[in-house]
Structure formats: C-alpha cells, structure tokens
Design a protein around this ligand. Sequence first.
Ligand SMILES: [Zn+2]
Length: 316
Amino acid sequence: MNARFIIICFVLALGLGYLFRTKPEAIQGNPESTPFESPVAVQTLPKPTVAPQVSGVVPPVIHPLNAPLPIERPQATLPGKRVNPRYLNKPKDMSVEFEMINGLAVAYGDTILGKPVAGFSESRGISDLSPAKYWDHGVVPYLIKNDVVDPDRVLRAIDYFNQHTHVRFVPYENQPDAILFQVGEENCLSFLGKTGGVQPVFLSDKCRTPEITHELMHALGFVHEQSRADRDQYVEILWQNIEEKYQPQFAMVPEPLMNAYYDSPFDSGSIMMYGPHVFSINPEVNTMRLKSGQPLKSIPDTLSPSDVDRVNRLYP
Ligand SMILES: [Zn+2]
C-alpha cells in the first residue's frame, strides 16, 4: 500500500464523515422521545407561556395532530355473557360488566376498560378491571386536541384542581404519561387512574366543567360514590326504579379499588355521587335512598370538601 493510496483514503473518509454528520434538528425530532408516532407532533407543540404553578387559568396546550389512541389494554378482551348487576353487588374478584360505547369497553357508565380484541361484536360483556395506578408525585401532564370545542371548560376544571388540591395538572412537554383531552361522540369518558402512556379523556360537546371535573377524578383513581364497596351501609339502591340498561352503573366496585380512599368516609355530596334521578325510569322516582334519611341532593358542580380531602390523602 503506497502513501498516495493512504492519502486518498483519508480524504474520502473526511468527506463521508461530513456528509453523514449528526444534525441537531434530527435529535430534536427523535420519535423515541415521544409517545406519539409522528416526530412532527413534538416539533410543532407550542411551548407553554405560563409556568404551571401560577394560579389562574393556564393557557391551552393544543395538540396539532391526530394522536392515536395510545393503548389497547388487554383487560377488555374477555367476552362474557350478561350478568344482572345485582349479582355483582359483592364482587369477589375484579370482574366488572361493561358496555360498548364508541368502540370502547366502558364500565359504570363512563369508565373505560379498553378496546376489545378484533372480532368482539357483543354490545356487553364481562371483563377484569386492573387495580388503578396513580400519578407520580400528583403531577398530571395534559394536552387538549385542537378540535375540542371550548377548551376553557377543560381549563376551568384543571385550574380548580390546581388551586384546591395537591394535584398539579401541567402542560404536556414529552412526559411519558399524560392525559389527552379529545372529542368524544356523546359521552364523557375516562380511564380509571393512570394507564401509562398518553391516555384519552373523551369529551362530547355536552361535557361541562363539572362533568370534566368528575372525569378527572376517575383519571386520578376514584370511582362513583354509589359504587363504593362499602356503599350498602349508607345508601339503598332502588333497582326497580332504574332503567334496566343502566343498572350495571350501580354495581359495586371490587374492593381493591377502594385503596385510593385511605378510609375517607362515604360522602353523598361527592362529585362522584349520582343525583337522585339519574337513570331513573321516571323523573318522579329516585334511584337511590340515603340510609341516614337525609334527602339525596343533585350532583354538585365542584369537588366536595371530602373529595378534596381524599385527593390530598392519595396525593399528599
Ligand atoms: Zn363517572
């Protein structure tokens, strides 16, 4: 090998090195740094202009692209025959009855279990509900898709949590876990607790700030008050007054889901408690009766004092 050949090789190596050098913008758009499929989504996310700890309404973080549903949870893959919810009153395991809403398996009216496997064509089924996971340090990153009508209704709910509880909703900045508010067809729907990854909260145009607050309580890990495993001590379910298709919404949750409550007592004034006429066969009759003899009030617009207390016990 002569010296001339070595010099030619050296020059060629320098040229190739320049051509294939690492570009800074390529690192910025690295798709492995985001839960979304498209790196463009990361590059075009606007930066928040107000720090999340500032009180008052935080400006919206709008996601510019259609993000895919992040997860397909295996828990909703077991079709089963319909079971009258009265038999689910004291579930010994994690079985829950679900109905199909917009292609998702949904329990208790608004709690998403996941997507059933391909080929599942029943309108109802039985599946297992995973014990809820909770948000690390009480910090919940969020983003709102740009086609959600009136994003202020979401921001008011978020602002309420930020001002009245230890939980902090913060604008999404590539954190691994987050809530994505997106358009739903006719319901307000949420997973129970943190699923891992970017999880949806579906909002129809009818979901107002109180309903969104309610859905965020689900996303934090809380179930409906009338479905608590200890509810029989406090409330009587008047099954004969509930439309049959809505009866599963009044089933009790499996005991492990009560772990989020840290012995926080039953509260008929909770934002997670249905009002007296919700899903009744007739607006004149109640679906529930409090055993204390007190009248059951309508669903409140904000968290009750004990809602705040239990959020703060779970997220100290
Ligand atoms: Zn609910």
